[in-house]
Design a protein around this ligand. Structure first.
Ligand code: UDP
Ligand code: MG
Length: 148
């Protein structure tokens, strides 16, 4: 079953959005496979965002991610990578539709509350980086009520 890496960024943690965000993924019908509150250091944040290292906003982005604890999660379910990105909304909250997490809770691209993997391949890399000891292998007893 497909998995994705979701991270609630420091602003989401500070603003008390952890429960609300987890709830949206749970209610959708996805299963939580990994969860931790963690403060990461600069080299780790740079590794996570290495594909963006040439971008002008890279340093600011790294500063943002290391500015406080984040909630790192692995979610599982059918098409969870693409659907997770839809639940999160467009990168720039000015463009994120109401009803999405960024559309409902963010105004600035540099304070956009949450990260989600953009492909199955990046999900695999990000899960390996953030959960090197693996995740919890279980299946919800409600699985059959959300997946055919
Ligand atoms: N970002 C930014 N300025 C930009 C583009 C991106 O500060 O012009 C930040 C923003 O927080 C975004 C993150 O960099 O979430 C990663 O960028 P990406 O293009 O991967 O967007 P995402 O996948 O998070 O939607
Ligand atoms: Mg991205």
């Amino acid at each position: 079953m497909e998995q994705t890496f979701i991270m609630i960024k420091p602003d989401g943690v500070q603003r008390g959005l952890v429960g609300e965000i987890i709830s949206r993924f749970e209610k959708k019908g996805f299963s939580l496979r990994g969860l931790k509150l963690i403060s990461v250091e600069r080299p780790f944040a740079e590794k996570h965002y290495e594909d963006l290292s040439s971008k002008p906003f890279f340093n600011k982005l790294v500063e943002y991610i290391i500015s406080g604890p984040v909630v790192a999660m692995v979610w599982e379910g059918k098409n969870v990578v693409v659907t997770g990105r839809k639940i999160i909304g467009a990168t720039n909250p000015s463009d994120s539709a109401p009803g999405t997490i960024r559309g409902d809770f963010a105004v600035e691209i540099g304070r956009n509350v949450i990260h989600g993997s953009d492909s199955v391949e990046s999900a695999r890399k990000e899960i390996a980086l953030w959960f090197p000891d693996g995740t919890v292998n279980w299946q919800s007893s409600l699985h059959h009520w959300t997946h055919e």
